[in-house]
Design a protein. Structure first.
Length: 269
DNA sequence: CTGAGATCCTGTCTGC
DNA sequence: TGCAGACAGGATCTCA
């Protein structure tokens, strides 16, 4: 589920846990993408969360002497429950328990992960990540320089978290559509002005998605957890053979690097 | 170093 | 209805 906007939405929903003390942590299934540290509860129990923030698609919980790194993978969610609710769902793998409530980590496919570390910036998952797409460093000049050495297609390039973080399969297609760039183009053939379009449209689309996500926070975090995940107006993703929003052409679906790509071969020709 | 393909895992949908 | 196979919003790993 989560690309940058969904993780950001999740972050905003759990911001209220800042300044709260973790009483304990229960790991019901440590077999996530990586095995969860068996000493996690011992390390963090009784400690106060100073701050919760996002880096790429990771949520970072900052404590005085440790940091907790949470990734939601493809299917992970966090939900807030009352402390005394003994209501578990399938694939609830971990829970952070606080005085009044608790934060439940659910992930059916277990592609997500939970790590405890002394310095998240030096952690192997974080240390070689590219710039945040909403930051100033992700600009035309950065992208233009970066693509010069690349031999992969532009869609794969912007999904590579070493080049820029937070963009996943949905937004990659949406960004390239809005930028009128064919996803099959070799990254190094993208022009300077197209780099300008890609960076600015990335910011526009991601910000818009965050904005919409913010309106469905309550649903997203309902105790039942079944409420519909928000979807911004998607122009190409999952619209194979539907009419393009800009012309009369039908949207194409192809496979690139084993992922689905959607585009209009007229508008993005 | 790069890039392509396999891989981890469960749930859901489609077609026979 | 049953069941096999494809596919899903991620990203690492292995190998050429």
């Amino acid at each position: 589920m989560p690309e940058l906007p969904e993780v950001e939405t999740t972050l905003r929903a759990i911001k209220s846990f800042e300044e709260k003390i973790v009483e304990s942590i229960s790991i019901h299934n440590p077999n996530l993408r990586w095995l969860v540290d068996k000493d996690i509860s011992q390390k963090l129990s009784g400690k106060k969360i100073n701050q919760i923030f996002r880096r790429a698609k990771y949520l970072i919980f900052d404590f005085d002497d440790y940091q907790l790194i949470v990734h939601l993978g493809m299917s992970g969610t966090l939900r807030i429950m009352n402390r005394k609710d003994n209501f578990f769902k399938k694939h609830d793998h971990a829970e952070l328990i606080f005085e009044d409530n608790k934060l439940i980590y659910n992930d059916p496919r277990r592609f997500g992960s939970i790590h405890v570390t002394k310095s998240y910036k030096d952690h192997f998952l974080i240390s070689s990540l590219g710039p945040e797409p909403l930051s100033r460093s992700f600009c035309k000049d950065y992208l233009f320089k970066k693509i010069q050495n690349s031999k992969t297609n532009i869609k794969n390039f912007i999904m590579n978290q070493k080049n820029v973080v937070g963009i996943g399969n949905i937004y990659a297609s949406e960004i390239l559509f809005r930028s009128s760039v064919d996803p099959r183009r070799l990254a190094q053939t993208i022009s300077n002005s197209e780099c300008n379009l890609i960076t600015s449209n990335s910011k526009i689309i991601l910000k818009e998605a965050i904005k919409v996500g913010g309106t469905t926070l309550k649903d997203f975090f309902s105790a039942e957890g079944s409420a519909g995940y928000f979807k911004i107006q998607l122009n190409v993703y999952d619209r194979e053979n539907e009419v393009c929003v800009n012309c009369e052409n039908l949207i194409s679906k192809i496979t690139q690097n084993q992922r689905a790509s959607y585009f209009c071969n007229i508008c993005q020709g």
